[in-house]
Design a protein around this ligand. Structure first.
Ligand SMILES: NC(=O)c1ccc[n+]([C@@H]2O[C@H](COP(=O)([O-])OP(=O)(O)OC[C@H]3O[C@@H](n4cnc5c(N)ncnc54)[C@H](O)[C@@H]3O)[C@@H](O)[C@H]2O)c1
Ligand SMILES: [Mg+2]
Length: 316
């Protein structure tokens, strides 16, 4: 029987004593920028002026393709620029920066930076893939903020899309279950994940994916959190803990989907969480097990499980 949903924490309301801004004011400011192209353009000019000067002639093209991603606590709008068409070497020199693959960047970025980069990249990619209306075949046009596209011939509005995915860390009370696909980097294991089918509830997806991938029937589910994940085309990850009874923990792994799936002890999980970046190892050495970077919600699930086991251990 599936049961139990953690009560969601109340949204954090922060105030800034210098500018008097608050969470509510910020959210309304962002909404205003989405709806008022003139205000959005003004905010864009003031946010990106410095960097556009450094981009030279390519600057105006880049400005047109920019997307609004959020605003700071001081109500300063932040935009993501698509610089894909510019000379990357020249750009790195002009900005004193270096391009990094997005997956690798998640090992480097800290705090609030990673979701902003993920959001900006996902939004730019969504625009690149939605230039035409799927009903009329005519080009679509975007609004200034980049929060929607419209087909002028039939009025259809397109909004950025995320695919719901359930990610679940299964525990048998003493151990937790991690798996890897052949496409994962060497040694990396993660929690089980799967896309929702049309019409499914999240609980149904969770039960189905665990059954399909490792042949287990879960007893209980506890919601943990959610995140936007930019791969492969923007997923909306919903993360849960699930349990199976110790007598129902025999795995039957679907090797068409997973290269490996196995139970890990607390000791093994502690060691895996300590590996901060993918280890450099020789191919003939057995791989060190490591887990997705801190930003990935899989990491959070695994960390929560370890903390819970430690608390239970202290209580025994
Ligand atoms: N953020 C994290 O911590 C984290 C951790 C693990 C996995 N993930 C993400 O979860 C996603 C789903 O995991 P999975 O690959 O095990 O899923 P999965 O088990 O559902 O298998 C993937 C297959 O599902 C099919 N599919 C059905 N709907 C799809 C859709 N909307 N988009 C793409 N494919 C669809 C495709 O055939 C695809 O090959 C992955 O893309 C991965 O990036 C995120
Ligand atoms: Mg899967």
């Amino acid at each position: 029987m599936l049961k139990c949903l953690r009560v969601l924490p109340a949204p954090v309301t922060r105030s800034c004593y210098r500018c008097g801004s608050s969470y509510v004011a910020r959210m309304r400011f962002i909404n205003h920028l989405k709806e008022d192209p003139g205000a959005c353009l003004k905010a864009l000019d003031s946010d990106v002026e410095g960097i556009l000067n450094r981009l030279g002639e390519g600057g105006s093209l880049v400005k047109e393709e920019s997307v609004l991603i959020t605003c700071t606590e001081q109500n300063r709008a932040l935009f993501c620029l698509d610089v894909g068409q510019l000379d990357q070497g020249a750009l790195e020199e002009a900005c004193g920066a270096a391009f990094v693959d997005l997956r690798k960047a998640f090992f480097i970025l800290r705090g609030e930076e990673a979701p902003l980069v993920a959001r900006g990249q996902a939004l730019l990619r969504w625009h690149q893939g939605n230039g035409f209306c799927s009903a009329s075949g005519q080009p679509t046009t975007r609004n200034q903020a980049g929060s929607q596209r419209v087909c002028q011939s039939n009025g259809l509005i397109y909004y950025p899309k995320m695919s719901p995915v359930i990610i679940t860390l299964v525990s048998d009370g003493r151990r937790c279950l991690l798996a890897r696909q052949t496409s994962f980097p060497r040694g990396m294991y993660s929690a089980l994940a799967g896309f929702c089918d049309m019409g499914e509830t999240l609980e149904e997806t969770l039960r189905r994916e665990v059954a399909e991938e490792v042949g287990l029937e879960v007893d209980s589910v506890l919601y943990s959190g959610s995140q936007h994940w930019p791969f492969p085309q923007s997923s909306f990850m919903v993360a849960c803990h699930a349990t199976v009874g110790p007598d129902n923990a025999q795995l039957e792994v679907d090797h068409a989907e997973l290269e490996d799936a196995r139970w890990f002890t607390l000791e093994e999980i502690r060691a895996a969480l300590k590996v901060r970046t993918p280890p450099r190892e020789l191919r003939d050495q057995p791989p060190t097990v490591w887990v997705p970077p801190a930003y990935a919600i899989a990491h959070r699930l695994i960390g929560e499980w370890a903390e819970d086991q430690e608390r239970r251990g202290e209580g025994r």
